[in-house]
Write a protein that binds this ligand. Structure first.
Ligand code: B12
Length: 317
C-alpha cells in the first residue's frame, strides 16, 4: 500500500512538472496530455481489476449468485426526439425572428473580435428565445469546432499482464488467426450518438491492441452511417459499439439497417457498456453477436469476439 502511495505521489509530481513545461494547464489540456494520462491510468486500473488484484465488491468479487433484476425506465428515443423537434419549432414560430438574428449576429461578431462579453450577449439572446444550438452555432461560425485528437496508447494494459499465462494464451489464439487468415483480426471501436463516455472504448482499444487485434477507433458522436462507412473503408472484421448513455436500442438497430442496405454480411457486431440485461434479447435479435457489460474481463471478451469472427469467416467462406 505504501509503495503504491509513493508511486502515485511520484507520478503526480512528474505530471505537474510536465504541465509546467507545457506552459500551464490550459496549454496542457489543448495538447491532449492530461487526457492521455487519464486513459493510461484507466487501462492500468482495468488490467488490475481484470486480474482481481483490485477488488470491486459485486463486480469482480463477492458477486451475488442471483442478481436482483432492477427495473429501469425504458425510453422511446425516437418519440423524445420528435417531441423535442416539435417544441423547438413552436419556439421558433412564437418569437421575434428578426430580433433573434440581430442578437446572434452580434454574438458572432463579438466572438470574432474578442471585444465584447459573450456571456452577456448569450443571455440577451436566450431572453428573446434563441436556442442553445443557435447560440453555439453563432460562435462556431467565428471559431470553428474543436475536434479532440484521437490517440491510442500502446502497451499499458499488456504490461500489467507480464507473467499471466491466460493472457499469453489469448494472444497466441489471435496470432494463430493471423496465420490462418493472412491478417490480424481487425476491430473498429465505435461511439455513436450523443454519448461522450469514451473511457470504456479507449480501454478496450488499447487492451485489444495489446492482445494482438488491429484496432481502429472512431471519433466521438458518429452516426450509424459514418460508422459503417469507416468500417467498410478499413475492411474490419468487427464493429465494437461502446454504449453508456442508453442509446443502444435505437442506434444499434439503425446501424444494422445501414449494414443491410450496404449489403455487408461478413462483419460481426458486438456491443459493450451499460446495457440493462432486459435489453440483451432485443440486441441479439437485431443480430448482435456478443454483449459485454461493466465488469467484463477483457482477455475473455477478446476470446469471445475472436470466436465470433471465426464463426462468421467460416460461414462467409
Ligand atoms: C466516468 C463516467 C462519466 C464521465 C465520462 C468520462 C469519459 N471520458 O468517459 C463523465 C463525468 C464525463 C460522465 C458524464 C455523464 N454521464 Co456518466 N458515467 C461514468 C461512470 C461513473 C463510469 C463509466 C466508465 O468510464 N467506466 C469504466 C469503463 C472502463 O467501463 P465500461 O465503460 O463499462 O466498459 C467496460 C464494459 O462495459 C465493456 N465494454 C464497454 N464498451 C465496450 C466495447 C467493446 C467493443 C467491448 C468488447 C467491451 C466493452 O468492457 C469494459 C471493460 O470491462 C458510469 C457509471 C458506471 N459505473 O458505469 C456513469 C454513467 C455511464 N453516466 C451516466 C450519465 C447519465 C451521464 C451524464 C448524462 C450525466 C449528466 N446528466 O450530465 C453525462 C453524459 C455526458 C455525455 N455527453 O455522454 C449514466 C448513464 C445512464 C444510462 N445509461 O441510462 C451512468 C450509467 C451512471 C448512472 N448509473 O446513472 N460520466
Amino acid at each position: 500500500m505504501e509503495s503504491l502511495t509513493n508511486a502515485l505521489i511520484q507520478e503526480a509530481r512528474q505530471t505537474l512538472q510536465e504541465v509546467e513545461e507545457l506552459g500551464g494547464m490550459t496549454k496542457a489540456v489543448a495538447s491532449g496530455m492530461p487526457k492521455q494520462r487519464i486513459e493510461e491510468a484507466a487501462a492500468r486500473r482495468q488490467a488490475r481489476i481484470d486480474q482481481g488484484k483490485e477488488v470491486i465488491v459485486g463486480v469482480n468479487k463477492y458477486r451475488l449468485e442471483q442478481e436482483e433484476r432492477v427495473e429501469v425506465r425504458d425510453i422511446d428515443n425516437s418519440a423524445v426526439r420528435e417531441a423535442q423537434i416539435h417544441r423547438l419549432n413552436q419556439v421558433r414560430q412564437n418569437r421575434d425572428n428578426t430580433a433573434v438574428q440581430v442578437s446572434l449576429n452580434r454574438l458572432r461578431e463579438a466572438a470574432a473580435s474578442g471585444q465584447d462579453n459573450l456571456l452577456a450577449l448569450s443571455i440577451e439572446a436566450v431572453r428573446i428565445r434563441a436556442t442553445v444550438g443557435e447560440i453555439s452555432d453563432a460562435m462556431e461560425q467565428a471559431w470553428g469546432r474543436y475536434n479532440a485528437p484521437i490517440r491510442s496508447i500502446a502497451g499499458v494494459y499488456g504490461s500489467e499482464y507480464a507473467e499471466d499465462s491466460d493472457f499469453a494464451d489469448v494472444r497466441e489464439e489471435i496470432n494463430q488467426f493471423a496465420v490462418d487468415e493472412g491478417r490480424r483480426p481487425r476491430i473498429m471501436v465505435a461511439k455513436m450518438g450523443q454519448d461522450g463516455h469514451d473511457r470504456g472504448a479507449k480501454v478496450i482499444s488499447t487492451a485489444f491492441a495489446d492482445l494482438g487485434f488491429d484496432v481502429d477507433i472512431g471519433p466521438l458522436f458518429q452516426t450509424p452511417e459514418e460508422v459503417v462507412r469507416q468500417a467498410i473503408e478499413n475492411d474490419v472484421h468487427v464493429i465494437g459499439i461502446s454504449s453508456q448513455a442508453a442509446g443502444h436500442k435505437t442506434l444499434v438497430q439503425q446501424l444494422m439497417q445501414v449494414l443491410l442496405a450496404e449489403k455487408v454480411d461478413d462483419m460481426v457486431v458486438v456491443v459493450g457498456g451499460v446495457i440493462p440485461p432486459q435489453d440483451y434479447e432485443y440486441l441479439y435479435q437485431q443480430g448482435v453477436a456478443c454483449i459485454f457489460g461493466p465488469g467484463t474481463k477483457i482477455p475473455q471478451a477478446a476470446r469471445e469476439v475472436l470466436s465470433a469472427v471465426r464463426e462468421r469467416t467460416k460461414v462467409a467462406a
